[in-house]
Design a protein around this ligand. Structure first.
Ligand code: UGA
Length: 432
């Protein structure tokens, strides 16, 4: 199939690369010339395990192209996927500017019958608007079908998720468009859920909202565990073995970050509000998450009294391991709070330093050596459970820090392990 993809962000790029890998002819289109220049050299602008290898392979084999020319991308395509960003408006709703721009450009350049598929996360009803917009502008002799095909990729394992996802959701108005998409995905052997467009749009928001709810739920239980003297790790394991609950996404910590959960939970609250439904449960999930992101500094203040003049090592900047993405990361909240309290901060991350520097500037110091962050620090804050942080021998904290105090937001060490070291270890949902 000849496929064009609008937008080479994380979703568009990974989807384009993976579809070319299963043999399709893919042209990725983006208005950002600099980004396309980099991609044309075979360099991915984001860090994603396995991406560069597949990108280069499929470019070399002549199945994957990058262009800023919409005519080249769209005029001849059998299918066009919209995978542009839907950032957050000030009120929390989804900003559809890029989606609308992409739809308009597509309508102006298509020359043959085509299925336009929305992969971007968009509020219910958006695909209908996209369809109306394209119908208004497109050439009269061209027939356009619109479909919703949300993605469920996780950053850091996006390639794996594309080939081994739990399901593929296809929302269409008719069987013909659904068949084209089914044919596209059949080689992956992943179960397909076929539904109407509005339900497909809702599945995406409801999935992310449910996962965010699981995280805020376990974080609330963790906070109660601390007060009643229970251990969250055992509690999560004990409830998670019930298959109706499941063990995954029950890792208590300093809350969810990233480009999806914070944005999508707020957008769903807004969406519900638009139809006069107050989504109180999800509002509480968001509130708990905000609280959780500031929990470590609260714990530090309680322990030290004042943080003024103290040196803090901030371990991990990305919102989770295996990505350089720092959007909505708890580390940013922690860094800003520590500065406000008069502490100095040196942050370690194996790959996210450049992205963090863009947001935090020179307010803090940075290093890509974990030991450098810990030297003479009065307190260490673990914000991301990178392997190199999780496996750092506890003796290192003792050797490098002044009287080591660790505030662990990801419960990287077991309480038993820590016991045999002269370390004050304060984590989440466990006895101090
Ligand atoms: C999330 C979803 O997992 C994907 O299915 C979805 O496609 C994606 O959003 C999206 O909408 O594009 P992602 O944001 O990459 O993927 O990352 P997750 O692995 O879901 O983690 C999100 C946040 O939750 C991280 O900050 C992580 O530390 C936190 N988390 C996750 C916890 O605090 N506890 C857990 O048990 C799991």
């Amino acid at each position: 199939m000849k496929i064009a993809i609008a937008g080479t962000g994380y979703v568009g790029l990974v989807t384009g690369v993976c579809l070319s890998e299963i043999g399709h002819d893919v042209t990725c289109m983006d208005t950002n010339q600099q980004r396309m220049d980099t991609l044309q050299k075979g360099i991915p602008p984001i860090y994603e395990p396995g991406l560069e290898e597949l990108l280069r392979k499929n470019m070399a084999q002549g199945r994957l192209y990058f262009t800023v020319d919409p005519k080249q991308a769209y005029s001849n395509a059998d299918m066009i996927m919209i995978a542009v960003g839907t950032p957050e408006n000030e009120d929390g709703s989804a900003d559809l500017t890029y989606v609308e721009q992409a739809a308009e450009t597509i309508a102006r350049h298509i020359q043959k019958d085509v299925v336009v598929v929305t992969k971007s996360t968009v509020p219910v009803g958006t695909n209908e608007k996209i369809k109306q917009m394209i119908e208004r502008i497109k050439p009269a002799n061209v027939h356009v079908e619109v479909a919703s095909n949300p993605e469920f990729l996780r950053e850091g394992s996006a390639i794996y998720d594309t080939f081994h996802g739990d399901r593929i959701v296809i929302g269409t108005e008719n069987d013909k468009a659904a068949e084209v998409l089914e044919e596209l995905y059949r080689p992956l052997g992943i179960p397909i859920v076929k539904t109407d467009i509005r339900s497909a749009e809702m599945i995406k928001y409801a999935s992310n909202a449910f996962l965010a709810t699981k995280i805020s739920f376990i974080n609330e239980i963790a906070n109660i565990c601390e007060k009643v003297g229970a251990n969250i790790d055992d509690v999560a394991y004990g409830i998670g073995l019930d298959e109706r609950i499941g063990l995954r996404f029950l890792q208590a910590g300093i809350g969810y970050g990233g480009s999806c959960f914070p944005k999508d939970t707020k957008a769903l609250v807004q969406l519900a509000g638009n139809v006069q439904h107050q989504f109180e449960l999800l509002e509480a999930v968001i509130k708990v998450n905000n609280y959780q992101q500031s929990l470590l500094v609260q714990k530090a203040k309680k322990f030290f009294g004042s943080l003024y003049g103290k040196r803090a090592a901030l371990l991990g900047l990305s919102f989770k391991p295996n990505t350089d993405d720092v959007r909505e990361a708890a580390s940013l909240v922690i860094a800003r709070q520590l500065l406000q309290e008069g502490a100095s901060v040196i942050a370690y991350d194996p790959i996210a330093v450049p992205n963090a520097r863009r947001l935090l500037g020179s307010m803090i110091d940075y290093t890509e050596q974990i030991e450098t962050a810990l030297v003479r620090a009065d307190m260490a804050f673990i914000a991301t459970e990178w392997d190199m942080i999780k496996t750092l021998p506890l003796q290192q904290y003792c050797d490098l820090m002044n009287n080591p105090v660790i505030f662990d937001g990801r419960n990287c060490y077991s309480l038993n392990e820590v016991q045999s070291y002269p370390i004050t270890y304060i984590s989440i949902g466990r006895k101090e």
